[in-house]
Design a protein around this ligand. Structure first.
Ligand code: NDP
Length: 359
């Protein structure tokens, strides 16, 4: 049975004599630091000296180097980008951890796939909001909360669950609900959404757009109809608020009949076997192994470059201009250098497939 925790499950007073440091005052860092402080907890910030440092000072936090903040704290939130976390952890955090302190992550990736190895004498906790940082703050201020996935990887102190639920309450997630998983499950769900649902949805969207463009409809009208109006994001919001099927009541009778009667034709799309294949690669760690290779970073640069050539980018640029919307520079991603191309020679056949895919 899944365990779901709410407001009464967390007891803030057990954190009264604890110092909490937020390492990384970015999207999640700022929101979580402000929420924890507004919940009456003792919060400091650890950051490199950059714009985020200044923002934290402006928000009236005591700000220290990452090393100093770690030394002063009992609870350390690691709110750095996942790809730099391991390096910062090894150099600045691990050597300065107090015995029985708690390390708190906002993503299960590094621990779930064993890329970051914490010492045995600390608690290792996860509070992963299903919400961007700005939403974490706004929903706290509105007293509504937000969903999170939480987990305990190590319980050295014997108090890990109490500390985790108190912190979850302080951040504001228990107002909505926190679901207990493992670090690996959280990471897998996140990766699956990004790698299976996201691209499959993208293909469906593009197929719809090109069906209409090829039939002669003006691109401006097509992009507005398909996504630029925000109508779809409103509908998506209604999925969450009242239910996937129930929300049809917001649409006309004609719309409902059309969608329901035609929907049956898409029943046999071969999506589930592909999605199961992607999920298995994630679960087996195959994806993580691939992403950790240094050549993959270069391959990624190349794929991104191909993606900028895709027809929708040009089409969107033209439509945004004619609708007088702000234009973005995604359309002109820097081409890889000759030296980089030479390094990619061993995977040139694979890259050719990506080039064709984005043509
Ligand atoms: P950000 O990209 O906003 O960066 C966080 C902070 O890390 C910034 O202060 C940044 O400063 C600092 N930073 C970056 N590189 C380094 C470095 N090499 N050394 C020291 N500090 C560095 O991160 P997010 O808030 O988006 O993500 C934090 C965690 O939250 C991740 O684990 C992520 O998976 C998780 N998460 C994020 C969500 C989101 O909506 N963004 C949602 C749920 C979870 P600077 O850029 O100036 O270097």
């Amino acid at each position: 049975m899944v365990e779901i925790f709410h407001e009464l499950d967390g007891e803030l007073s057990i954190l009264n004599d604890k110092t909490i440091s937020i390492i990384g005052y970015g999207n999640q860092g700022r929101a979580q630091a402000l929420n924890l402080r507004d919940s009456g907890l003792n919060v400091i910030v650890g950051n490199i000296k950059d714009d985020y440092w200044r923002i934290a000072i402006n928000d009236n936090f005591s700000v220290f180097s990452i090393t100093e903040a770690t030394k002063k704290s009992d609870i350390i939130f690691l709110l750095l980008p996942d790809e730099v976390m391991n390096d910062v952890f090894e150099k600045k955090i691990k050597p300065n951890l107090k015995l029985e302190s708690s390390l708190v992550f906002a993503s299960g990736y590094n621990i779930g796939f064993k890329l970051l190895k914490p010492p045995e004498n600390v608690d290792v906790l996860l509070i992963a909001p299903r919400m961007i940082g700005v939403g974490v703050r706004e929903n706290f201020l509105k007293n509504e909360g937000f969903f999170s996935f939480i987990a305990i990887e190590q319980d050295f102190s014997g108090q890990a669950k109490k500390v985790l639920l108190a912190l979850a309450k302080g951040i504001g997630t228990l107002k909505k609900g926190a679901i207990m998983l493992t670090f690996k499950q959280e990471a897998e769900l996140d990766l699956f959404n990004e790698q299976a649902f996201g691209p499959a949805f993208g293909r469906v969207l593009l197929s719809s757009i090109y069906t209409l463009i090829d039939a002669g409809y003006p691109p401006e009208a097509v992009l507005i109809e398909m996504y630029m109006s925000n109508e779809m994001s409103f509908t998506y919001k209604k999925f969450a608020e009242i239910g996937l099927v129930k929300q049809v009541e917001f649409h006309s009778q004609t719309s409902q009949y059309g969608a329901m009667s035609r929907g049956i034709r898409f029943r046999k799309l071969p999506l589930k076997p592909k999605m199961a294949e992607i999920l298995k690669e994630i679960q087996d760690g195959e994806f993580t192994k691939e992403w950790e290779k240094s050549i993959t970073k270069l391959k990624f640069k190349m794929i991104k470059y191909f993606a900028t050539k895709t027809k929708i980018n040009q089409l969107e640029k033209q439509v945004r201009k004619s609708l007088k919307l702000k234009e973005y520079d995604i359309y002109e991603e820097e081409a890889p250098s000759e030296e980089e191309m030479a390094k990619l020679k061993s995977i040139s056949n694979e890259l050719k497939l990506f080039e064709q895919y984005y043509e």
